[in-house]
Design a protein around this ligand. Structure first.
Ligand SMILES: Cc1cc2nc3c(=O)[nH]c(=O)nc-3n(C[C@H](O)[C@H](O)[C@H](O)COP(=O)(O)OP(=O)(O)OC[C@H]3O[C@@H](n4cnc5c(N)ncnc54)[C@H](O)[C@@H]3O)c2cc1C
Length: 552
């Protein structure tokens, strides 16, 4: 897997454009007063970056090379810049400006668990900082070394640990190395007829180890579960040796060590391998599109689907703003598409009393045998009908499914045009979801008003559970130029995060804590909860050598 752009998402040959989406320019003008054709800002040229010399004592360099063999330790400038941060908005803005922060001094690429252990031993002996690096897609500031870190910083890139090692067919468990990227991992499993079923939006550029270390959630989590549900056992290289848990279906061995590793963001050690639930590649996959007259109807329908005997793979409903955004990012429609869409709008208005401004687009996914999918579809159809919803067929869902991994490129497009766009996501019980939504909307608009900017915020519900669901907000605005853009971003992002906490939701459903969300941790899990985590990290890593400063 080639490294991503040092200043943005993905690869150089892919980018988002408004040119083939006729409604997108007008949408940006209307909601953000932004001209889609006007590029206002570009990343500083790589050659103009001021990259400090690495602080790497010759003895440490030799020890790392002995641990790994030559060629697998790198002090190359691009390598260090790419490994310096993840892909949060703050990361992108500062990288584009040429503000690189505390770069790692050296990037190392071990090829197996023994080499990981050898690198950790060398780092501990030299009192260096070690930061595990998966795909570098962290959106919560989980990868950057502290600005005042004086010790040598080693970025440990796991990409060479990329194999599916074995599948236990009877138990439906696969042993997989932690550095495997989403597509490669699925390809290896699919070749044997299996799938992990974990598809986060960052799938193409993130790794198994990163998913586990951040408690990631994929689009089909309703059926497959989050990574925490999928991960049965882990192997972790820690300062006191190799931690191994058993791949048993359940256990009564006191507080779960496996759970402690989930979401540990590199603070307890380096995950080298995990044993995960896998399932047979389904005979049929189908994502159907639905329209609901309002957001409240859509949420109620998702809640009833979750409470029913259906077992769907995706439940997702967008609010009216996000529905408008989805329609605005459609590619140039054919004449037939235009006619169909006009007929549908007229039909919805006349026959069902839909107001086009408040209607909400939803996707529900089905997987399994042909018979299972057909029966699920019927059950869901009845629930949707009870909430005034209408099925609009499989083409919107198929399009969404194909395009979802390209969505992250929009942030770079907007940054080029001077606008800041980011996401904040949470989870709450069903009974609190509408309060959370309303509080966030009020807080975000309050923040836009305080800044005197035109801002836009939209939301979707996804990942439904027995007791609640995830709400995923996306917001954008063009900074006022009265103060630093990131200060203005902070105000909006903090208003949203605080609204989560104030309305009984969590600081993050699947983006982790990192440094971005750490200030809300105590309000979320209480002071004794933070003290327990602190004691855990200090107990395992008394020298604070493992990715210090993250989470707490
Ligand atoms: C555009 C975009 C879309 C996203 N969509 C989703 C989504 O749909 N669902 C979702 O869950 N997340 C999403 N994320 C967040 C991010 O992709 C996840 O947090 C992902 O799990 C990180 O994986 P990674 O391999 O890139 O890890 P990295 O970013 O490299 O690392 C993340 C953290 O994990 C630690 N780590 C990595 N590998 C290991 C290891 N082997 N052992 C110990 N610690 C390790 C790192 O030290 C760091 O603290 C998105 C991010 C972006 C930018």
């Amino acid at each position: 897997m080639a490294a991503m752009r040092w200043w943005g998402w993905g690869h150089d040959d892919v980018s988002f454009t408004h040119e083939d989406k006729p409604a997108f320019g007008p949408f940006l003008r209307h909601h953000l007063a932004l001209d889609a054709t006007r590029v206002k800002s570009r990343p500083v040229a790589f050659g103009n970056l001021r990259i400090p010399e690495p602080s790497l004592a010759p003895a440490l360099q030799v020890a790392l090379e002995e641990a790994l063999g030559g060629g697998l330790t790198s002090t190359d400038s691009l390598d260090r810049v790419v490994h310096g941060r993840g892909k949060s908005l703050r990361d992108l803005v500062r990288h584009r400006r040429g503000e690189l922060g505390r770069l790692p001094d050296v990037v190392v690429r071990p090829g197996d668990e023994d080499e990981v252990a050898a690198v950790l031993r060398v780092a501990l002996d030299a009192d260096a900082v070690l930061i595990p690096f998966g795909g570098g897609t962290s959106i919560s500031g989980s990868l950057e070394a502290s600005a005042d870190e004086r010790r040598t910083v080693v970025s440990l890139d796991l990409s060479r640990l990329s194999r599916v090692l074995a599948v236990d067919e009877a138990s439906r468990l696969a042993r997989i190395q932690a550095g495997a990227f989403g597509p490669d991992l699925e390809w290896q499993l699919n070749a044997q007829g299996w799938t992990l079923g974990h598809f986060p939006d960052s799938f193409t550029h993130s790794t198994l180890g990163g998913w586990i270390a951040t408690r990631s959630s994929g689009m089909q989590s309703d059926l497959y579960g989050d990574i925490g549900d999928l991960t049965r056992a882990v192997r972790v290289v820690t300062p006191s040796g190799l931690l191994v848990t058993r791949p048993v279906p359940s256990t009564s061995t006191g507080p779960s060590v496996r759970e402690m590793v989930l979401g540990s963001e590199g603070r307890l050690g380096v995950i080298t391998e995990a044993t995960l639930h896998v399932r047979r590649v389904p005979e049929r996959r189908l994502i159907l599109g639905y329209l609901f007259p309002t957001w409240a109807h859509g949420i109620a329908a998702m809640r009833d689907v979750a409470a029913s005997e259906t077992a769907v793979s995706v439940t997702r409903v967008s609010d009216a703003n996000e529905t408008g955004f989805s329609f605005a990012t459609r590619k140039k429609p054919s004449i037939l598409d235009r006619l169909k869409s006009k007929a549908l709008t007229t039909y919805l208005r006349r026959r069902h009393g839909f107001d086009v401004e408040s209607m909400c687009l939803s996707f529900i996914g089905f997987e399994g045998s042909q018979r299972h999918v057909a029966s699920q579809r019927k059950l869901v159809g009845r629930i949707v009908g009870r909430h005034g919803g209408l099925c609009i067929g499989s083409s919107p869902g198929a399009l969404y499914d194909q395009k979802k991994f390209d969505t992250p490129y929009i942030r770079d497009f907007l940054l080029d045009r001077g606008a800041l766009a980011d996401v904040s996501e949470t989870a709450a019980p069903w009974s609190r979801l509408s309060t959370v939504y309303d509080t966030v909307m009020t807080s975000a608009h309050g923040a836009f008003e305080e800044l005197g900017v035109r801002g836009f915020i939209m939301c979707h519900l996804s990942h439904s559970y027995h007791a609640g669901a995830c709400l995923y907000f996306t917001f954008a605005f063009e900074p006022s130029a009265q103060r630093d853009g990131l200060q203005e971003y902070d105000l909006v992002k903090s208003a949203i995060q605080q609204a989560f906490i104030d309305s009984g939701a969590t600081l993050s459903h699947h983006h982790a804590v990192g440094t971005e969300h750490a200030r809300w941790l105590e309000e979320d899990i209480s002071a004794p909860g933070v003290a327990m985590l602190q004691a855990l990290f200090t107990g395992v890593d008394p020298g604070a050598n493992l990715n210090p400063g993250k989470i707490v």
